[in-house]
Write a protein that binds this ligand. Structure first.
Ligand SMILES: O=C(O)C1=C[C@@H](OP(=O)(O)O)[C@@H](O)[C@H](O)C1
Ligand SMILES: C=C(OP(=O)(O)O)C(=O)O
Length: 444
């Protein structure tokens, strides 16, 4: 779903106290992959807890357009009748991935080794994001991309007729690029080998193993044996740690709060924020740690308390890449300076997230500094003035971060468009209301 509707300006009412327990929706990364891998298996994959956010719904539509049967049975309950590796057919129309970098990049990998042409597009945010990082390695398989300047969408990818397996060192820390290459490798004969410069989220490797593919990881080198028969799976999607970050961080910064979010996926390649918050002195505990569907999960409990600024090391960036916007909100309310190092990938997300956070925080009275690869926030010890309107730039995480900030500022923070939360967390506003937040809608 592209964000083409009317923007909805809203603000959070300051002075919120959050209490109680909230059920966070399913993990976005795992939801995309459940649909795509299910569509490449032979037979019926059943999924529960699928995130029904706009990004994932766009991927479901795309899998139908490529020939898989994708059925919704009820809230989060889906089944996919896969066509087998190499079994997709040419889509009759353009595939619109809406706001989703993960959707479009994984799908490009998937069709790169199918002998037909696919045209991809997306909303204004996605059309501004770099695709060369994916089309470059896909060219090694024999796929040819015709995109706009800078490799941007809309883009037509002509899949390889006789795909050759590839060895590729991914030059940027990106699970999307790694996954695109592995997905292309599924329909190439022989071994496709991907080398990472840093470990990124490993859902593709874990899930492909679950579907019966041979995937070996040796340090930063991943080897996939091509043309496996993928066996259908029963998948319970874990709750999304990136979405949980919002109520957790809101509780940490809103006086008197005590919030529990049960059953959150804590795969170590995703859990960097929670390490960082504890280093800042957050009152955050992990209860009932267990394993569900092959992923570590725990109940997170967050209570308001004083926090201090820290240096966040660059080697942690991949494991918390989507959480820097909300971390910078926590940093603004903490005591002292927080410096986030090694974060230049934030500049190519749904928006330039360093710039979006920097401008919004400044407008709310917070001092920040940025370089190409770092972001510094001067904490104000709980006293952030607020009283500004911030631009969300078609970016769900920017919108949710400023909603959380506005719960704890002295004057309201107005968000120019609340509709963007649909991307990853459609029930964000009612869930936060249930915990005790209140929001105001603006009609001008
Ligand atoms: O593979 C994935 O599911 C994702 C990878 C990350 O992107 P990059 O691979 O571009 O870092 C992350 O930001 C995105 O939200 C989801
Ligand atoms: C970066 C994100 O998603 P994507 O790249 O899939 O658009 C995100 O959800 O924060």
């Amino acid at each position: 779903m592209s964000h083409t509707g009317e923007p909805r300006p809203m603000s959070a009412v300051p002075g919120a106290t959050l209490n109680g327990s909230a059920e966070i929706p399913g993990d976005k990364s795992v939801s995309h992959r459940s649909l795509i891998f299910g569509a490449m298996a032979v037979g019926e994959t059943k999924v529960t807890g699928l995130l029904e956010g706009a990004d994932v719904l766009d991927t479901a539509k795309a899998m139908r357009a490529l020939g898989a049967e994708v059925i919704r049975h009820g809230q989060g309950e889906w089944s996919i009748h896969g066509v087998g590796v190499g079994g997709f057919s040419e889509p009759a129309d353009v595939i619109d991935c809406g706001n989703s970098g993960t959707g479009v990049r994984l799908l490009m990998g998937t069709v790169a080794t199918h002998d037909f042409a696919t045209t991809f597009t997306g909303d204004a945010s996605l059309r501004s994001r770099p695709m060369g990082r994916v089309t470059d390695p896909l060219a090694l398989f024999g796929a040819v991309a015709h995109g706009r300047s800078g490799g941007r969408l809309p883009l037509t990818l002509v899949g390889a007729t006789n795909p050759a397996p590839v060895r590729y060192k991914v030059p940027v820390p990106s699970a999307q690029v790694k996954s695109a290459v592995l997905l292309a490798g599924l329909n190439a004969p022989g071994d496709t080998i991907v080398e990472e410069i840093e470990a990124t989220r490993d859902h593709t490797e874990r899930m492909l193993r679950g579907f019966g593919a041979q995937v070996e990881t040796d340090g930063l080198v991943i080897t996939l044996k091509g043309q496996p028969e993928l066996k259908p799976q029963v998948i319970a999607v874990p709750r999304d740690p990136s979405s949980a970050a919002f109520p957790v961080c809101a509780a940490l910064i809103c006086e008197g709060s005590d919030v529990l979010v049960p059953g959150i996926g804590l795969n170590p390649t995703r859990a960097g924020l929670y390490t960082t918050l504890r280093e800042m002195g957050a009152d955050l505990t992990f209860e009932n740690a267990r394993e569900e569907g092959g992923e570590p999960v725990a109940d997170l409990r967050a209570r308001f308390g004083p926090m201090k600024g820290i240096e966040v090391p660059p080697e942690r960036a991949a494991s918390m890449i989507d959480e820097y916007p909300i971390l910078s909100v926590v940093a603004a309310l903490a005591e002292g300076v927080t410096v986030m190092h090694g974060v230049k990938e934030l500049r190519v997300k749904e928006s330039d997230r360093i710039d979006a956070m920097a401008r919004g925080l400044e407008a709310c009275g917070v001092r920040v500094e940025e370089t190409e690869d770092s972001f510094t926030v001067h904490g104000m010890g709980g006293k952030v003035p607020g009283g500004a309107t911030v631009g969300t730039r078609l970016d769900h995480r920017i919108a949710m971060s400023f909603f959380c900030l506005g719960m704890a500022t002295q004057k309201p923070v107005r968000i120019d468009d609340a509709t963007v939360v649909e991307t990853s967390f459609p029930n964000f506003l009612p869930l936060m209301e249930k915990l005790g937040a209140s929001f105001r809608r603006h009609n001008d």
